[in-house]
Design a protein around this ligand. Structure first.
Ligand code: ZN
Length: 284
C-alpha cells in the first residue's frame, strides 16, 4: 500500500508528545489528541495498529503513528505532551487508548532488534508481539509495575512534593517502581520508608492506571502510618506533610489515579468528621 493510502491514524506521537489541533486565535486549546490528517506518512515514521486479532475491542480500533524527532506538526496542529491531556482530562478512561498507543510506540522503538540474537525484529500477525524471524524469540509489550501509596494517619493523609514535579506547588501521594523479588505490599513499605523515613503497614489495593512514561502500570494502595516522623529524602521528595480535606496543597489533575485516591480518602474523612469543605486548587 503506498504511504499516501494509509488508513487514518487516530493518534500521532513524536516521542511523548501527541498531535493536537492548534487553538484558534483567542480560543481555548482543544484538550484532546487529534488524528493524523489525510497526508502522506512522513519519511522514517511508523504506522502500527492499536490492537490486532482478539485484542481489537471497542476503543482499540484503528492505528497510531510514531514520527521521527524533528517532524513538524501538520498545518493547524501542534505537538503537545500527553501528560498535559492527562492533567486536563475530566475522567481517567478518556485517555487510556492514547496511553496504549504511546506505550506501544515506546515498546516498538525499543524492540527494533531481537534482544537474543540481534536480528531485525518482525511483528507477529495475530497479536501485539515482536517475533524474531531468525531465532523465533517472541517479545510482548513490557509493563513496569509501580506503586502509588496513600498513607493515612488518623484524619490526615501524606502528601509530598516530588523534586521533578512538573507543576509548581503541586503535591501528591508517594510513588515508586516495584523491584525484582518483592511484592506490591513490600514495595509500599520500602518506598515510603526510603522517601520519607516512616513505617507503614496494612497495604490494601485501591485501583490501577496505565502510565506510558515509558511503560508503567501504576498500582494504587492505601496503607496506615505505624511509626516515625516525616523526614523527606531530599532527593526524590523535597517536602512532605500530613493534610486533611479542609486545607491541602494543589493536587494532581482529575484524570489521575493519585487524585482519585486522594479524593476518595478525603470523602471518607469528611463523612467521618462531618466536615464540609470545598476542595481548593486543581493542577492546570
Ligand atoms: Zn532473534
Amino acid at each position: 500500500m503506498p504511504s499516501s493510502m494509509h488508513p487514518p491514524a487516530r493518534f500521532a506521537f513524536r516521542g511523548p508528545e501527541v498531535l493536537a489541533r492548534s487553538p484558534v486565535q483567542g480560543g481555548e486549546p482543544d484538550p484532546r489528541p487529534a488524528p493524523w490528517p489525510q497526508l502522506p506518512v512522513p519519511e522514517g515514521a511508523e504506522l502500527f495498529p492499536l490492537a490486532v486479532g482478539a485484542a481489537i475491542r471497542p476503543g482499540l480500533e484503528g492505528s497510531a503513528l510514531a514520527v521521527p524527532p524533528e517532524t513538524p506538526a501538520p498545518e493547524g496542529h501542534e505537538w503537545a505532551p500527553l501528560r498535559s491531556f492527562i492533567n486536563a482530562a475530566s475522567e481517567e478512561h478518556e485517555w487510556f487508548p492514547a496511553a496504549r498507543a504511546l506505550a506501544l510506540a515506546n515498546w516498538r522503538a525499543a524492540t527494533r532488534f531481537c534482544g537474543r540474537c540481534g536480528s531485525p525484529n518482525g511483528d507477529k500477525a495475530d497479536e501485539s508481539a515482536r517475533l524474531c524471524p531468525a531465532c523465533g524469540a517472541l517479545q510482548y509489550p513490557r509493563l513496569s509495575p509501580a506503586v502509588l501509596a496513600l498513607v493515612r494517619k488518623g484524619d490526615r493523609i501524606l502528601l509530598a512534593r516530588n523534586a521533578r514535579s512538573p507543576v509548581a506547588g503541586m503535591q501528591s501521594i508517594l510513588a515508586g517502581f516495584v523491584e525484582p523479588g518483592e511484592t506490591f505490599e513490600d514495595c509500599v513499605v520500602r518506598e515510603v520508608r526510603e522517601e520519607v523515613g516512616i513505617e507503614v503497614a496494612n497495604a490494601r489495593y485501591a485501583g490501577s492506571q496505565p502510565w506510558p512514561f515509558p511503560d508503567s502500570l501504576m498500582v494504587g494502595f492505601e496503607c496506615d502510618w505505624v511509626s516515625g516522623e516525616l523526614a523527606p529524602d531530599g532527593v526524590e521528595i523535597v517536602e512532605a506533610g500530613w493534610y486533611g480535606p479542609d486545607a491541602h496543597p494543589l493536587l494532581p489533575g482529575p484524570g489521575s489515579l493519585s487524585r482519585r485516591l486522594v479524593e476518595r480518602a478525603f470523602t471518607q474523612i469528611r463523612a467521618r468528621s462531618g466536615v464540609r469543605a470545598a476542595v481548593p486548587g486543581t493542577a492546570p
